[in-house]
Design a protein around this ligand. Structure first.
Ligand code: TTP
Ligand code: MG
Length: 436
């Protein structure tokens, strides 16, 4: 990483584009089971809970690609999986079952998968200066300073081969000049995929894909887009951005940018957000100064609290006031030095809001930025422990508003994560305290 002086997706001072790798393990839990039980290689394997006789509740965590051929997939009810792909054990006692059309079921052993994930993680940290771990089986690497576009494919292959050889599980890797394109690329040729999207090719790479592959577009949005005649990412990229914004709000503008391959998020390690924010919408726009102030106070308190939890000191305090229909106004004050002072956050935020006392406002937000972290207070960098469900339907994560493009939050990380408002973290869940 070049010390934050360059944003991925934009050339740095030397005119280079960022080189971002997205690494996602193939059918990870099943791959882990195969690692310790090699007889399972090439066989349909389902990892899940609740498949033993007498049990009825449970779900599939993952299925090997062989099992997916039978229609078994993550999050499916275990009963449905068993209907589609009976257990091999059942075939031993039931002569009517064709053993070839059965699968191996294994219970979830998260501790083991985490230990395997740790081994992969070591290789990733060895391969890049900046690694953003997203979940137990997924991470972004900024390798701009470790390789060059002319040899990026070989570099990525080397990382892939190391994981395979040293850990015994396979990864799919996407290489692109920004995070969202790299993620789509890693998914493009799974399993065991390696897809390189060079700078200048991002838009043409995305164009033929289903609009649903753009992060932030889940099934509901995809359906709404289809109603507007937008089927592919190319259609979305060519749509009228004002119409999208009118239909989907600020999300519309974000989706439009993503479909065009524009994503200037910097790969940052987890646990060290660049800013922390909270925002909240009124049911209807209000010009009542007390209501606005009260809401901003609550948000300020929540943000300061979060900063303290993260061990973050802040130097800039900002507010956002959205006036109808979509005018996003931000005001910020920078302090002489970094502080941890909840009362000051509240005081400054309310003062900044004063400018909007007479305005009709439909959403307010508070943000602290210019963060620094006292040594030793950084929370664990791990998303690899505990955050096991990966992203998926970005509909669940929604698309958060952002103060500005460089602080644009992930659209794709950790959809099961908390509703934290770190701008580098998960906009999951979109509670009333949504992220900026
Ligand atoms: P994914 O990366 O989504 O899936 P995967 O690695 O099994 O398969 P793919 O080759 O498509 O990447 O998720 C990583 C692990 O997270 C997965 O192995 C099991 C777990 N998981 C769940 O427990 N529940 C879920 O609903 C999903 C999607 C994943
Ligand atoms: Mg995976």
């Amino acid at each position: 990483m070049t010390g934050g002086s360059r944003l991925p997706g934009t050339p740095d001072g030397d005119g280079r584009d960022a080189i971002v790798l997205h690494v996602d393990m193939d059918c990870f839990y099943a791959a882990c089971e195969r690692r310790r039980e090699p007889e399972l290689r090439g066989e349909p394997v389902v990892v899940g809970m609740g498949y033993d006789p007498g049990e009825s509740h449970g779900a599939v965590a993952t299925a090997s690609y062989e099992a997916r051929e039978y229609g078994v997939e993550s999050a499916q009810a275990i009963g449905e999986a068993l209907d589609r792909l009976p257990r091999r054990a059942a075939a031993e006692t039931d002569p009517d079952l064709d053993p070839a059309a059965t699968g191996h079921y294994r219970p979830v052993d998260i501790d083991y998968y985490e230990s395997v994930g740790e081994e992969v993680k070591e290789i990733l940290h060895d391969s890049a200066d900046v690694v953003r771990e997203v979940s137990i089986d997924e991470a972004y690497l900024d390798v701009t300073d470790r390789t060059a576009w002319t040899v990026a494919e070989g570099f990525a292959r080397h990382v892939k081969n190391r994981i395979d050889r040293e850990v015994g599980v396979t990864a799919s890797v996407g290489v692109a000049p920004n995070m969202s394109a790299a993620k789509i690329a890693s998914d493009h040729d799974k399993p065991d995929g390696l897809v390189v999207v060079e700078p200048g090719e991002v838009r043409s790479f995305l164009a033929p894909l289903d609009a649903g592959e753009i992060h932030g577009v889940g099934p509901v949005t995809a359906r709404e887009l289809r109603e507007l005649g937008i089927e592919t990412a190319g259609d979305l990229a060519g749509a009228d951005p004002d119409a999208l914004e009118a239909r989907f709000g600020e999300r519309g503008a974000e989706l439009y940018r993503r479909a065009r391959g524009e994503d200037d998020r910097e790969v940052t390690p987890r646990g060290r957000p660049k800013s922390l924010s909270r925002e909240s919408a009124f049911t209807e726009a209000t010009d009542d100064p007390d209501r606005k102030r009260e809401r901003v106070r609550t948000l300020a308190e929540a943000v300061a609290d979060r900063a303290r939890q993260k061990g973050a000191l802040y130097r800039t305090i900002a507010i956002k006031a959205v006036t109808p229909p979509f005018d996003v106004n931000t005001r910020a004050t920078s302090l002489p030095g970094p502080v941890d002072d909840p009362e000051l956050v509240e005081e400054v935020a309310v003062e900044l809001l004063g400018e909007f006392d007479d305005a009709s406002v439909r959403k307010v937000g508070v943000r602290v930025s210019n963060l620094s972290f006292a040594a030793g207070e950084q929370t664990s960098l791990g998303g690899w422990g505990g955050q096991s469900a990966p992203d998926g339907d970005a509909e669940r994560t929604g698309v958060a508003d952002s103060f500005d493009a460089s602080d644009s939050p992930d659209l794709d990380d950790d959809s099961n994560g908390p509703t934290d408002a770190e701008t580098d973290a998960d906009p999951a869940g979109q509670s009333s305290l949504a992220d900026f």
